[in-house]
Structure formats: C-alpha cells, structure tokens
Ligand binder design. Structure first.
Ligand code: SAH
Ligand code: DHB
Ligand code: MG
Length: 222
C-alpha cells in the first residue's frame, strides 16, 4: 500500500460497513436525531459497534442485560433487539433529561416494554439490583472515573458465563500518556483491573471511525 488513508478513509469505510452490513432503520436514526435536537453530546456508539452489541447479546443467549450510561438510548435499542421479547434490559442514567429522551426513543423503537431506565447516579442504582436475577450481559459506558466501581458491581450482579463489555478503553490513545486527563488514567486502571482479575477472561479491540480512535473490552465472567 502506497498510502495509509486515515480519518477520511476511516469515515468512508465506516459508511460502507454501515450501509452494507449494519443496515440501520428509522427508529435508530430517529433516536440519534432526537438526541442531537435535545442538545445531547454525540457520544453514542457507532452503528457498527451498536450492531456488535446486539450480536454479542444474541450470541451469548442473554435474556437479562444491564447497561450503565443510557444517553439517548441508541445502544439501548441495539441491546434490547439482541434479547428475547420476554427479556429485560435495565439501563442506568444519571441525567433525567437524557433519560426522558431515551424513554421516548426506546418506546418509538417498539422495545419499550423490555426496557427499565433508572434515573440517578449508577452507583446508587446498582445496589438496588442485587436482589434481582443475575444479569447475563453488562455494557459499561458512563463516567469513566467509575469504571472500576462499575466492573466490581458487574461482577456482583452477574454469574459465570456472563459477558461484560466496557466502552471507550482507548480514549484516542491517551491511556498510556502520563500527562493525559484523569479519565485516561482511570480507563487504563480499569483495563489493568480486568487483566488482574482471575474471575475475568478478556481482550480489547481498538477501533477507528466516526468516534475517532477508541475501542472496547470484552470479558467473560468465569
Ligand atoms: N451508551 C450510550 C452512550 C452513553 S454516554 C450509547 O452508546 O448510545 C454516557 C452517559 O452516561 C451519559 O448519558 C451520562 O449522562 C451518563 N452518566 C454519566 N455519569 C453517570 C453516572 N454516575 N451514573 C449514570 N449515568 C451516568
Ligand atoms: C465520551 C463518552 C463516551 O461513552 C463515548 O463513547 C465517547 C465519548 C465522552 O464523555 O466524551
Ligand atoms: Mg461510550
């Protein structure tokens, strides 16, 4: 290869993958648009990653999903589509405004009855879930400074065989930069926590595209 195309190439390839493989729909497009209209930040997962969440949930046979960080419900819709009609998805969201946008989006997408959006700091909601049946799948995608706390709760609320996905583990490559902001250090520490935890078998994948240089970790609970 003579050239190594970067940003423009990543975006073109992502568009190609989205239209060729992901094939979103109006409910997903409207969810993103409603988030933008309400002034929410454009930090939902890329469509390619959203569909991966759906596929991982389905491949793992998940019936009960826990999400930490709802935003406008884009990843929520994908995940809910990966579980059966009698499955349940609990999504934790700090902001009442974000949660209200997400509620409308998940209802419009037709998966509303499966989705329980809990408003408040996730660290206040998670202890209240301890008396529920174990979760089969956890997607962690909220304030990065709490990643380790969320992983600890995910371990309490799951069972051997459950899957945990942690978003934003590369953070534009800043996780190795000692000068970077505190979230970068927290993200690196959360990867080290996963790697050192005998109850987790994990890897992480770097991604490029509309969300910049980032990635996600996938862990199996042992
Ligand atoms: N998973 C979403 C994106 C989530 S963005 C998607 O891919 O579509 C991160 C969200 O986490 C934001 O909506 C933010 O308000 C929420 N958040 C931040 N701190 C939080 C906390 N302490 N508890 C719960 N949610 C939090
Ligand atoms: C941010 C948060 C996310 O969950 C994400 O996927 C991208 C960016 C952020 O807080 O900037
Ligand atoms: Mg994210």
């Amino acid at each position: 290869m003579a050239d190594h195309p970067t940003e423009n190439g990543w975006l073109d390839v992502e568009s190609f993958l989205s239209r060729t493989l992901v094939k979103g729909d109006d409910a997903l497009d409207q969810a993103v648009a409603a988030g933008r209209e309400a002034g929410l930040p454009p930090i939902e997962v890329a469509p390619t990653a959203g569909k991966l969440l759906m596929l991982l949930a389905r491949m793992s046979g998940a019936r009960r999903v826990l999400e930490i960080g709802t935003l406008a419900g884009f990843s929520t819709i994908w995940l809910a589509r990966g579980i059966p009609d009698d499955g349940r998805l609990v999504s934790c969201e700090y902001s009442p405004e974000h949660a209200a946008v997400a509620r409308r989006n998940v209802d419009r997408a037709g998966i509303g009855p499966k989705v329980d959006i809990r408003v408040g700091p996730a660290l206040e909601t998670l202890p209240k879930l301890a008396d529920q049946e174990a979760f089969d799948f956890v997607f962690i995608d909220a304030d990065k400074g709490n990643n380790i706390n969320y992983l600890e709760w995910a371990l309490r609320l799951t069972r051997p065989g459950s899957v945990i996905v942690l978003d934003n583990v590369i953070w534009d490559g800043t996780i190795l930069d000692p000068e970077a902001e505190s979230d970068a250090a927290a993200i690196r520490a959360s990867l080290e926590f996963i790697g050192a935890n005998p109850s987790l078998e994990a890897t992480a994948i770097q991604t490029v595209g509309s969300k910049g240089w980032d990635g996600f970790a996938v862990a199996l609970v042992r």
